[in-house]
Design a protein around this ligand. Structure first.
Ligand code: FES
Ligand code: MG
Length: 570
């Protein structure tokens, strides 16, 4: 085995060795803990402010059991945790900040291998991004989804139900008590959203990348088998350190391609694109937005989960989970891509059996033929935009409509339910100022609610276009991630009420039907909105954040700095 990184701290016999060991002695560690045991950092996104990750404190103890059994020295540490449901204006503003915390904490400390305990949406990409920039042996333990939501004898999905509240009250006459009951029934156990929202998408992403033990993604948080997975991951990371199985050995271009294919088949979130691009940027794998369309858009939808389908993560797990999907997709995958257990993704997924074809379909009889994300181009989105066909309305995929423009979220809220608003079901809602720089932080607002008067008329979907994101739990014909964004003067900034917009998903086209001369004239008169702040992290973020087509990472965080630290503290 190669010399342990932690030996640079604990293996010294000089003053610094004394300092590094001595204070840790107050925790009561015996001598042999400092004599060549791999030190395993358990990077914990536990926080009571992140309810989806609230159980990870217990999980860390289970991981430690595994680490100790395998002869390692576990050391748990907290990192910035991002909870979707409480943080304002949006967790996405802080994803890169959290990744810096993870990166610097790992590098600065005597760690040989890392276990990432994740759950809620951003806690997976932020920790993986940070870990990539250090590149130690690393394994992910996804915290798992909540049990299925239950309400009035039916299953309801977390996230997905929120988006229907306005509609339910208006159209189905839901009472305040109904909504109250649903509020409790949708969150019955520990875990993250149990739809195929962003958290479940991220769990599937890391499994498909080869960063988890096989089958980890779908196990519900409260299923005892999740703890078994955590314990086995603790054992395995010690071996990974001995084998020097670093992130960069697993995260090859092939692994990224695999995860794009798998994401399409599970009907994963549009946020997948932005996070995977950012991770690729950290580990140094070439990946661009077009790859998602090229590799994913022709992949059939196999998993029947909300918001694209009907079921929830618990059903997915009982049907066999991601291993069944991976086995089914074999012919589209690089089956020789290596995973954290040292075996290939193909070898790991030879035997899974599907127990419910209603939930996981076969390639011969898929839920949809072409399900992956589509990347649009055109004068309205020169660097691209994204739409998720599996969650969109078929009839709207080719459409020409009149723009109804909202200059900001505040403008939208002020006017959307005004009965005077000139809007019908053929219009296209254009929302500006919700991109990475503009909001700032690119919130999940792209799937704005329809105007009350259209909902009452029975309209359930119209095209919405913005430079923002959409929750992975949401659905609709929603064009997202328009780059360049409006706040930096992208064409989106120039759209006016009444302009005609053409969407043609089949042709990958998003076109603003306004002449180049007119757009040039509008651009000359355009004034950039003032930045929302001139200090602190947000100022730093605005100055350095890249556009959505590059993963919205900070420019200075691209790549990595490795695990070496040459200078000591005294
Ligand atoms: Fe945490 Fe949905 S709010 S996963
Ligand atoms: Mg979400």
């Amino acid at each position: 085995m190669k010399k342990l990184r932690s030996a640079d701290w604990f293996g010294k016999s000089d003053k610094m060795g004394f300092v590094h060991r001595s204070w840790l002695r107050n925790q009561g560690y015996p001598d042999d803990y400092f004599q060549g045991k791999p030190v395993i950092g358990i990077c914990n996104t536990w926080s009571e402010l992140t309810p989806c990750n609230a159980h990870l404190r217990d999980f860390a103890e289970v991981v430690k059991r595994g680490v100790v059994e395998a002869g390692g020295f576990p050391m748990e540490f907290p990192v910035t945790s991002l909870g979707e449901t409480l943080m304002r204006p949006t967790t996405m503003l802080f994803r890169n900040l959290a990744s810096m915390d993870v990166e610097e904490t790992i590098r600065a400390n005597p760690l040989d291998g890392i276990v990432l305990l994740t759950g809620c949406d951003k806690t997976t990409p932020s920790t993986v991004m940070g870990a990539c920039s250090v590149d130690l042996p690393t394994i992910v333990v996804p915290g798992g989804p909540m049990l299925n939501g239950r309400f009035k004898g039916e299953c309801i999905g977390s996230g997905s139900f929120n988006w229907m509240v306005k509609e339910k009250v208006l159209v189905e006459n839901f009472t305040a008590e109904d909504i109250h009951e649903a509020e409790i029934g949708v969150a019955r156990s520990n875990g993250h959203c149990m739809t195929m929202g962003t958290a479940s998408t991220m769990a599937c992403m890391v499994e498909a990348l080869g960063l988890t033990l096989p089958g980890a993604a779908a196990i519900p948080a409260v299923d005892s088998r999740k703890k078994v997975m955590a314990q086995l991951s603790g054992r395995r990371i010690v071996e990974m350190v001995k084998e020097d199985l670093k992130l960069s050995k697993i995260l090859t271009r092939d692994a990224f391609e695999n995860s794009i294919v798998v994401n399409a088949a599970v009907g994963g979130s549009t946020n997948f694109i932005i996070h995977l691009l950012a991770i690729a940027g950290r580990i140094g794998v070439e990946l661009d937005m077009e790859d998602f369309d090229k590799l994913g858009s022709k992949i059939p939808l196999l998993v029947n989960l909300k918001p694209s389908g009907k079921y929830l993560m618990e059903d997915f797990y009982y049907a066999g989970g991601l291993p069944v999907v991976i086995k089914e997709l074999k012919k589209y995958l690089h089956t020789d891509a290596i995973t954290v257990n040292g075996k290939s993704i193909g070898d790991n997924n030879v035997n899974p059996v599907c127990y419910n074809q209603e939930v996981i379909a076969t390639l011969d009889n898929p839920l949809q033929e072409h399900a992956g994300m589509v990347v649009l181009k055109g004068n309205l989105c020169e660097q691209g935009a994204v739409i998720k066909p599996s969650a969109a309305t078929k009839e709207l995929m080719k459409h020409r409509g009149r723009a109804v423009v909202f200059e900001s979220m505040e403008d939208y809220h002020a006017r959307i339910d005004n009965p005077e608003l000139d809007i019908d079901e053929n219009c296209v809602i254009v929302l500006k100022g919700v991109g990475p720089v503009g909001y700032p932080g690119m919130p999940e607002v792209g799937n704005v609610d329809l105007p009350e008067k259209l909902l009452l008329k029975g309209v359930r979907d119209i095209i919405r276009i913005s430079d923002g994101r959409m929750s992975g739990t949401a659905a609709g014909t929603v064009v997202l991630h328009v780059s360049p964004e409006s706040a930096i003067g992208g064409t989106l900034a120039l759209v006016k009420d009444g302009d005609m917009i053409e969407l043609d998903v089949e042709q990958r086209k998003l076109h603003l039907d306004v002449s180049d001369e007119e757009l040039k004239a509008r651009k000359e008169k355009w004034i950039a909105p003032p930045p929302v702040t001139n200090r602190g992290y947000v100022k730093f973020y605005i100055d350095h954040v890249q556009q959505a087509n590059l993963g919205a990472d900070l420019d200075i965080l691209q790549g990595g700095s490795g695990s070496n630290v040459t200078r000591d503290l005294h």
